[in-house]
Design a protein around this ligand. Structure first.
Ligand code: G6P
Ligand code: ZN
Length: 542
């Protein structure tokens, strides 16, 4: 085996964001772009003699990138790589393999819910030994390394064909090609009551799972159709394609509209769900009803004890700050800790590791538990099926009962997309500048009771994250949150998150947009979003 050391030069902009480095595929596939970034990771993590998991969501360039990473791993002294067959692993499955094999970490290739293809996006992130995304100290060090990199190491030989499970070698590096689905599916069997769900399907329960031409197709087919007995064809768009069938694999009412329309139609199945490009996000629907991610988190937490993996109860619930407070009410009723973290799954890791949270969720369609250190789309779907099977009720009945007990937290997110970055930054900056003057202020008929810029101190390791979004509290319990998206690629996206809680005795059957209209008007009166952006209405409402 011969290795070569190639001279290179730093490439600007290799700065990981919320979830690793994400760039246009055309940029990622430029000469040395991937190589520089991978070598920067290796220079920081010192991989000699260590074991890593490697896989991605199968988008365009996945196969080539895997080959390069294997050749660079061998040249950098990696002892062993565990690779999903054909280079495929969903993000939660990769997290599980890292933990199950007690490896030193993993490299995950994905740009999550962003479109794929040469015109689309590509991404790479490094996860640490607990299975979760690397903390900022590591990603900052990787970025710093990309700025001074002068060479990288790569094997001259090509890596083995990845189409057959088995043990291979590249120089001294062992390569284990594993079935990407089996271990993950086995893990689900330990957490979820598969017998109960089989019973549900045998009684004629119907489901449609939209894999959106992305990585969860094979996982959903194996688990839902093969192991659980959902009727053939329950999984739609189940064949992964490198450009996700030309679509936008984000499971929300906008991008998964055909599924939502189907669930609202006369021939709707009992249950509908979807997942994203790399399998960590989810959307939950019942016949005639869409469950918001915030409500889904609350329902899963309230009913988690019905699943064998959580039969002893859960230790705590964590949600990101813009996620609604619905889950907090469940935590209160259960007498367990409720945590409010900044946006980004990585902030849950310390709480999960310390056993202070068992179930976590975000308004951005992520739900998960301490079984892995990533959010997990199929897990959320299986938790719902488990709950439906044991309770023997429809999604709508479960939501009605939940709201009748805990009250209903009306929730909606309004996105203003592709705003000029200067305008967006000035808007948020000005808002932050006047927070102290807001309490007592009348905003279009609603009085502000509190206004803060969210600062977080991690209760486990004491690390801090400052200025994570503006929270406005209004008289009557309404809340508006404003922050800029950290995942966009074009211009800035202003996110306005709205919520208002209605007690069990209140009106629980309003249209969420009506229920939140006064909070939306008040937030706009304070932040002046429409005037400053020149938009009459949000671009996307979820
Ligand atoms: C990614 C992260 C999530 C986070 C979301 C926020 O998907 O994995 O943990 O909630 O980004 O996106 P935003 O565009 O609002 O910054
Ligand atoms: Zn994702």
């Amino acid at each position: 085996m011969t290795f070569e050391t190639r001279a290179t030069r730093p490439i600007e902009g290799q700065k990981p964001g919320t979830s690793g480095l994400r760039k246009k595929t055309a940029v990622f596939s430029e000469p040395d772009y991937l190589e520089n970034y991978v070598q920067a990771i290796f220079d920081v993590i010192e991989p000699a003699g260590k074991t890593y998991v490697l896989g991605g969501d199968g988008r365009f360039f996945n196969d080539k990138a895997i080959q390069t990473i294997l050749r660079m791993g061998a040249a950098n002294g990696v002892a062993r790589m565990i690779v999903g067959r054909e280079g495929i692993l969903s993000t939660p499955a990769a997290s599980h393999l890292i933990r199950m094999n007690e490896t030193d970490g993993g490299l995950i290739l994905s740009a999550s819910h962003n479109p794929g293809g040469l015109e689309g996006d590509f991404g790479l992130k490094y996860n640490i030994a607990n299975g979760g995304p690397a903390p900022e100290a590591i990603t900052d060090a990787i970025h710093a390394r990309t700025e001074v990199i002068g060479e990288y190491h790569i094997a001259k030989d090509t890596a083995p064909d990845l189409s057959t499970v088995g043990q291979y070698a590249l120089g001294d590096m062992r390569i284990d090609i594993v079935d990407p689905v089996a271990d993950y599916a086995d893990l689900m069997e330990t957490l979820i009551d598969f017998d109960a769900i089989r019973g549900l399907f045998s009684r004629g329960f119907t489901l449609r799972f939209d894999a959106m031409h992305a990585v969860t197709g094979p996982y959903a087919t194996e688990i839902l159709e093969k192991r659980l007995g959902a009727r053939d064809g329950s999984v739609v768009n189940g064949l992964p394609s490198p450009d996700f069938g030309g679509g936008h694999p984000d499971p929300n009412p906008v991008w998964a509209k055909p599924l939502v329309d189907h669930l609202m139609s006369d021939d709707a199945p009992d249950f509908g769900a979807a997942s994203d490009g790399d399998g960590d996000r989810n959307m939950i629907l019942g016949r005639g009803i869409y469950v918001t991610p915030s409500d889904s988190l609350a329902v899963i937490a309230a009913n988690a004890h019905l699943a064998p993996g959580y039969a002893d109860g859960i230790k705590g619930i964590a949600r990101s700050m813009p996620t609604s407070g619905a889950a907090d009410r469940v935590a209160e009723a259960l007498g367990i800790e409720a945590h409010q973290t900044p946006t980004g799954w990585k902030f849950f890791s310390t709480l999960l590791d310390a056993g202070r949270a068992t179930i976590c969720g975000e308004e951005s369609a992520g739900t998960g538990s301490d079984h892995v250190r990533e959010k997990d789309g199929l897990w959320a779907v299986l938790m719902w099926l488990n709950i439906l099977a044991v309770r023997g009720q429809s999604v709508k009945d479960i939501m009605d009962e939940h709201w009748a007990r805990y009250g209903r937290t009306y929730y909606s997110r309004h996105d203003y997309e592709e705003i000029d970055a200067e305008i967006a930054n000035a808007l948020i900056g000005d808002l932050k500048g006047k927070l102290a003057t807001l309490p007592g202020h009348d905003a279009n008929g609603l009085t502000v009771t509190e206004a803060e810029d969210f600062d977080y101190t991690d209760p486990v390791d004491g690390s801090t994250a400052k200025s994570q979004g503006v929270i406005l509290h209004f008289e009557g319990g309404g809340r508006a949150v404003l922050r800029l998206s950290g995942t966009g690629t074009a211009g800035a996206t202003i996110r306005l998150y709205l919520e208002r809680h209605e007690d069990p005795s209140g009106d629980l059957v309003q249209d969420p947009q009506d229920a939140l209209a006064d909070v939306a008007r008040a937030a706009d009166a304070i932040a002046d979003i429409r005037k400053r952006t020149g938009r009459d209405a949000p671009d996307v409402i979820t």
